[in-house]
Design a binder for this molecule. Structure first.
Ligand code: C30
Length: 286
């Protein structure tokens, strides 16, 4: 196992169709789509869904990060199949390529990179950085990565979490809602990447990547991943901004969807486009 085992290009190649040229995270504004799929060594489905979707933009001048969580039931057009459906199904229909394509269309921004992982890889990432500290919002009893019910029990409060515990928080939704879970996933990603990019961890980053099984896939090269450390080692401190898109539940032919509010989506689109400075000629796409 080497650091490159997790590398997997997209069918489209390095450059997003919404870019005029290939970007370089060491000097350009870039975007990364974090994708958590509902797959594990226990489940191993051919048609895993992308139940956690977080789109992040990185502004290289400000060294700031914006994130939006995309509710998995969002009713949106999926180019792969040519009709509207829940966004979580894009992955089941056409894997990471269909997912990236769908998100680009929904947000009208280039998705330069993706990082996709299943339950096991999530657990390994968190364990390989020595766990995270997190403020657990309520007492929970949840299943573990092997779907053993009640295997993870946590008490409300600020504490250190291992990989299985963090996964339970990323998955659980019965205590609150899918929307609140989306917020929590952004908070968890912030903690995980902050910790992974910390001065202690960064020196052993190749060890971290090596310890993660091949259930983590990304089109970022090792050096590109490392280059994001500049966002986390600034004297001014980390600049993180998290967004959610408004909407309401909708039933269509007996199926539950999340109907995204048009103006809320447009606001998010505009914020991400501005953050990527996408209108300027050098960064422009189509
Ligand atoms: C570029 C830079 C800066 C760095 C790159 C380098 C690194 C190190 C990047 C790491 C990035 C990371 C760690 C990203 C993490 C992304 C996230 C947040 C992943 C989340 C975890 C994950 C892998 C998948 C989560 C999938 C989710 C949200 C749910 C799937 C419920 C059913 C029917 C019941 C079932 C019940 C629960 C928990 N389950 O879990 O169990 O299928 O959930 O809601 O579908 O199911 O409902 O009623 O049967 O028991 O309540 P699920 P469900």
């Amino acid at each position: 196992q080497t650091a490159t085992d997790s590398h997997q290009a997209l069918d489209r190649g390095e450059k997003s169709d919404k870019r005029v040229k290939v970007v370089n995270p060491a000097k350009d504004h870039t975007s990364v789509l974090f994708v958590g799929i509902d797959d594990s060594e226990q489940r191993t489905s051919e048609h895993a869904r992308s139940d956690a979707l977080v789109l992040a933009t990185f502004n290289d001048d400000e060294k700031s990060i914006k994130m939006v969580s995309i509710p998995r039931d969002s009713y949106t057009y999926i180019p792969e199949v040519g009709y509207k459906d829940k966004i979580t199904h894009a992955h089941a229909f056409g894997g990471i390529d269909a997912t990236v394509e769908t998100v680009e269309r929904m947000f009208n921004v280039p998705v330069d990179y993706y990082v996709r992982l299943n339950f096991n890889s999530f657990v390994e990432v968190v364990n390989s950085i020595g766990g995270i500290t997190y403020n657990v919002p309520f007492d929970i009893k949840e299943q573990n990565s092997k779907d053993q019910s009640g295997a993870i029990e946590l008490k409300k409060g600020y504490q250190h979490l291992n990989g299985e515990e963090a996964l339970a928080l990323a998955r659980t939704r019965k205590y609150d809602s899918d929307l609140a879970r989306g917020q929590r996933q952004m908070d968890l990603i912030q903690e995980i990447i902050r910790q992974a990019m910390s001065e202690n961890a960064i020196g052993n980053f190749s060890g971290i990547i090596d310890s993660i099984n091949n259930n983590l896939k990304t089109n970022l090269s090792f050096d590109e991943m490392i280059s994001y450390k500049d966002y986390f080692l600034t004297k001014e401190g980390l600049s993180f901004n998290k967004m959610q898109i408004k909407g309401e539940g909708m039933r269509k032919n007996g199926v539950w969807y999340y109907n995204v509010q048009e103006d809320s989506l447009l606001t998010a689109q505009q914020q991400l486009r501005t953050h990527l400075d996408i209108e300027s000629p050098e960064n422009q796409g189509n």
